[in-house]
Design a protein around this ligand. Structure first.
Ligand SMILES: [Fe+2]
Ligand SMILES: [Fe+2]
Length: 150
């Protein structure tokens, strides 16, 4: 049966998408009018779409989970706070810590989350899945910033 990118995200990310902890991302704005939940789902769909178009041999389970959790830092970075200083450099590490605690991570997912801001992060992407989340994140960010108001 043919599955589109959205079906694949639901197949591997259902437990995360439905968890109360992850739903908290709806309360935090990411870029423009897009909240962090919608941004993360968009990144997951984009990464899956790219992997399928390029026929890459990737671990789809990890790809979806790492993408969904890549910005799981759980605060609004627009609000000034001591803890959010250097957000761009540090939030991958914070997201990784939170995701580890609430969902558990494998090696691929951990590297995806911690390196997704590379070269701003100190962690280097070492898996195909890590390059995909970085690419999809940058694409979605630009799209969200320039999206016209409805
Ligand atoms: Fe991020
Ligand atoms: Fe992101």
């Amino acid at each position: 049966m043919f599955m589109n990118a959205g079906d694949i995200v639901v197949k591997f990310g259902k437990d995360i998408l439905e968890s109360e902890d992850f739903l908290r991302e709806k309360d935090f704005m990411q870029h423009g009018k897009t909240n962090t939940y919608d941004h993360s789902v968009g990144v997951a769909k984009t990464a899956v779409w790219v992997a399928r178009v390029l026929r890459l041999r990737v671990d789809y389970d990890s790809l979806v989970r790492g993408c969904l959790l890549h910005d799981y830092y759980l605060y609004d970075w627009h609000h000034p706070s001591k803890e959010h200083r250097l957000h761009a450099f540090k939030h991958g590490k914070t997201a990784g810590k939170n995701a580890e605690k609430d969902f558990g991570l494998n090696f691929i997912e951990r590297n995806m989350i911690r390196s997704h801001m590379f070269p701003l992060s100190s962690v280097v992407p070492i898996y195909k899945e890590s390059f995909l989340v970085g690419l999809a994140d940058k694409y979605c960010t630009v799209k969200e910033i320039f999206r016209r108001k409805p």
